[in-house]
Design a protein around this ligand. Structure first.
Ligand code: 4AD
Ligand code: MG
Length: 449
């Protein structure tokens, strides 16, 4: 018999009692649901089973028939999380807490019996849950994260397509590190060493040099950072954007705002209710434009609040980011803030420096509720200036040769950003850790599953 999704049952039960149609009751509908055993209550006279599929939960109610009752025997063998197909009639029953309906089973097929004694439960810690991620994923709130992620990416692609972007899939195996070289994974590559891309940075710029006007990529990014925080992964999904012929980095920021506005609108439309219900979080579509503050202003204002990290800070530490977010929230009622004009000392060699003050870059970070979700910048497109900036940062030019060549034959001014998808989902869904903000987490101590 064809499968019926659990979310369809209410309509079928309603039809049968005439609730929806107002017509005389139809005969009870026979349905087959496919799903997992969410809960079992096997009493002396009655057997109650809650079945779950990806669309909801339904109670199955059976009055024991005694010897020779195959339904009773099958229900008796069940264990939590076993996979079953249950065929029966769906009836409205106001006594049933779960949606006011139940299935009276006629046939129970045990498709795959789960071993007794599940390795995780709702009290399990995050690492233990990750060990058993496939079981953890059976919880609706975990699946919601991936459903929202799908919508987030769709909305991003939607905006990018409307604005004339080309989607790239750049290689992740490289002959030289893609950024600083410090946080790079080395891999054996035949008789030499290859590096895993720390970002698509150089390749998206190569595309701009190739005359592709605007590019974006959603793909894996690798960072050999031994960080054990709630917001760091060693492999994560990056959203990278690069735009040619810009006059100012402001154009890049404006694009990112439009993109995030669309993302939050779509997520709210499609998942607002589920997010509220399962995660207790209220998604908010942000007002445009987002507040902007220069790094110099931010540092001055934070120092005025007593924030004073060791040494002479030119950059924000996580505590500074949180405090700044609190100030902005108070002043503008906004959860986002662009921090702009970072000092050249804390930015990579390829960031463009302001003509009026070369100690400052045309760059930005975007913070959302105090968490950095993006770094972006205008890039230095002048070959000689770029070489000089790399040398100044103490970088050898030889490993950069194929990148630097991109600036020898007419590359226009351009800029872009990199955004961490997991971090966006973390903030959006109020998740405590990036471990829950994607499919399978990768960290310094985690290579399986
Ligand atoms: O700030 P990052 O390192 O910047 C770049 O990769 C530049 N190439 C971007 C550019 O176009 N200028 O990384 C971009 C974003 C961060 O803001 C953060 O959201 C995320 O990637 N990110 C991480 N997410 C999870 N785990 C990590 N270890 C991350 N490192 C960065
Ligand atoms: Mg950054």
């Amino acid at each position: 018999m064809a499968r019926t999704l659990i979310r369809e049952l209410a309509r079928l039960a309603g039809a049968q009692t005439g609730v929806r149609t107002g017509a005389a009751a139809d005969p009870a509908e026979t349905v087959t649901v496919h799903g997992w055993i969410n809960a079992l209550r096997l009493q002396s006279r009655m057997q109650f089973v809650v079945v779950r599929d990806h669309t909801g939960l339904v109670q199955v109610t059976h009055r024991r028939g005694g010897d020779g009752d195959p339904v009773e025997a099958a229900l008796e063998r069940l264990t939590p999380e076993s996979a079953v197909k249950i065929t029966g009639t769906v009836v409205a029953n106001p006594i049933v807490k779960l949606g006011g309906l139940e299935i009276r089973p006629e046939r129970v097929e045990i498709v795959a019996l789960a071993e007794a004694g599940l390795p995780i439960d709702e009290h399990s810690g995050p690492e233990h849950r990750l060990d058993w991620r496939f079981l953890d994923l059976r919880r609706p709130e975990r699946q919601l994260v991936l459903a929202v992620q799908t919508t987030v990416e769709q909305a991003m692609r939607e905006v990018a397509a409307e604005e004339g972007f080309t989607e790239l899939h750049s290689p992740k195996l490289m002959g030289a590190p893609s950024e600083s070289g410090a946080e790079v994974f080395r891999v054996g590559y035949f008789d030499r060493t290859a590096y895993l891309a720390q970002s698509p940075q150089f390749y998206k710029q190569l595309a701009i040099a190739g005359g592709i006007d605007r590019v974006f990529e959603i793909g894996p990014v690798f960072r050999a950072e031994p960080s054990y925080t709630s917001r760091h992964a060693t492999e994560f999904t990056g959203v990278d954007v690069e735009i040619a012929w810009i006059e100012d980095v402001e154009e890049v920021m404006a694009f990112e705002e439009r993109m995030l506005h669309r993302v939050l609108s779509r997520v709210t439309e499609r998942h607002g209710e589920a997010i509220r219900e399962l995660l207790g979080v209220e998604p908010v579509v942000p007002a445009l434009p987002f507040p902007r503050v220069t790094m110099a202003e931010a540092l001055a204002r934070l120092r005025a609040t007593g924030w004073d990290p060791e040494g002479v800070a030119e950059d924000l530490d996580p505590e500074g980011e949180r405090r700044l977010a609190a100030l902005v929230a108070e002043e503008h009622g906004h959860a986002f803030v662009f921090v702009t004009d970072f000092p050249a000392s804390v930015r990579p060699f390829y960031h463009h420096r302001r003509a009026a003050d070369p100690s400052v870059t045309a760059s930005f970070d975007l913070l959302w509720q105090g968490l950095e979700i993006t770094t972006g910048a205008q890039r230095e497109h002048r070959y000689e200036v770029l070489r000089a900036q790399a040398t100044e940062k103490g970088m050898a030019l030889e490993p950069l040769a194929s990148y630097l060549d991109c600036f020898r034959y007419g590359t226009p001014p351009h800029g872009g950003f990199g955004l961490g998808l997991g971090r966006v989902l973390m903030v959006l869904l109020g998740l405590g850790s990036i471990r829950d903000a994607g499919f399978l987490f990768r960290g310094p101590n985690r290579l399986t599953p």
